[in-house]
Design a protein. Structure first.
Length: 80
């Protein structure tokens, strides 16, 4: 089953201003944000059948996305 698009900003609209601020002022957050976006794109390509991958690879990517999400949320909570 195809998942909804998990854009970090759309997943957390209540933090839109803080996300933008951290993206421009914190290089580590910006790197995590880019990684999150890249992992999400890869997950969507696999789920749409554009890119082949094992179930294990897909699960690993989803876990990676969750870890990135958690780390960015930790940064957001500590800033806001």
């Amino acid at each position: 089953m195809l998942a909804d698009h998990h854009d970090f900003g759309h997943e957390h609209p209540e933090h839109k201003a803080q996300i933008h601020e951290l993206k421009v002022s914190n290089a580590h957050f910006a790197k995590l944000f880019t990684q999150y976006h890249d992992v999400t794109k890869e997950i969507l390509r696999i789920e749409k059948g554009i890119e082949a991958a094992s179930d294990e690879r897909l699960e690993d990517l989803k876990k990676q996305r969750l870890l990135l999400n958690d780390e960015m949320m930790e940064m957001l909570v500590n800033v806001g």
